[in-house]
Ligand binder design. Structure first.
Ligand SMILES: [Zn+2]
Length: 283
């Protein structure tokens, strides 16, 4: 089995994650960790991807685009995909209304249009959170694909909608929609294991790097051996992966993928487009 695809999903949160996800509005040293992502991590990551001629997808909150326009312009001018990750980094389920969530997503579209001249085709939700309205909003705004859901690991699929979770009956998963899902996993994300925070005990940091990278190698190798046309979405944050001791390990991992004869790197938009062509929706 093979014909494997690796898609790097680079969540360029910069300061936004510290503001909305960690409620650190008055804490400039926390802000500085996001500034590091924009000033140090992102340029290093761009250089590495250039060196190996690897396409990637940067999911960028509008807040980052408007706060750090030069480096976002660099991302775009280097040919990487730019896709939606909220305007803010507020979890969709925490908006007070559908209208407020809709406004944030619409605002994020305009920020990306200002950077690339084009509307984004895909969405990765902040912290992979979905409200009961998110799927409807994505469809209303014409998105082609999402990458926030974990019902599969290596197989893109049409995302189910119309689910129900009654207290007095079985879970009802709903029906496939037209939106393609590129599945993600907390097991293929650099932020939770590597980021030390004292406000969220489950985000510990100080984990040995090799233990986490080994999980990525194992998942990729298993997919390569067992899944035909598998897609391995790896989520990276410039402020996390851009640190020296991780960047050197990422480089080795990229070399490992490139050493496999039937593995290629693709942008997420290319993966979604290929999937739709190979699996046209009939109903
Ligand atoms: Zn994020």
């Amino acid at each position: 089995m093979a014909n494997a695809t690796v898609s790097l999903s680079i969540h360029f949160d910069a300061v936004s994650t510290w503001l909305w996800s960690f409620d650190s509005w008055d804490m400039p040293t926390r802000h500085s960790r996001g500034v590091y992502g924009a000033d140090v991590g992102a340029p290093r990551l761009l250089d590495l991807l250039d060196q190996y001629d690897i396409p990637s997808t940067w999911c960028i909150p509008g807040h980052t685009i408007e706060s750090f326009p030069e480096i976002c312009e660099e991302v775009h001018s280097h040919g990487h995909g730019v896709q939606h990750h909220g305007w803010s980094h507020q979890g969709p389920s925490t908006f007070e209304s559908k209208e407020a969530e809709y406004h944030d997503i619409e605002w994020g579209i305009e920020s990306i249009r200002g950077l690339t001249g084009e509307k984004p085709t895909g969405y990765a939700s902040p912290a992979w959170d979905f409200s009961e309205h998110t799927l409807d909003i994505l469809q209303e705004l014409g998105f082609e694909w999402d990458s926030s859901v974990m019902a599969a690991d290596f197989r893109p699929h049409y995302l189910y909608g119309g689910w129900a979770a009654p207290e007095d009956g079985p879970y009802q998963r709903g029906e496939p929609t037209d939106l393609i899902e590129l599945p993600v996993s907390w097991e293929r994300d650099d932020f939770p294991p590597f980021t030390y925070t004292w406000s969220r005990p489950h985000r510990m940091g100080y984990v040995p790097e090799d233990a986490i990278f080994q999980k990525w190698y194992d998942q990729f190798d298993w997919m390569y051996e067992h899944v035909e046309n598998g897609v391995f979405v790896l989520t990276l944050h410039p402020q996390v992966i851009g640190q020296a001791h991780r960047l050197m390990r990422l480089e080795a991992f990229l070399q490992h993928v490139q050493s496999k004869p039937e593995a290629t790197f693709k942008t997420m938009d290319d993966v979604a487009t290929d999937f739709r062509k190979a699996n046209p929706k009939t109903s």
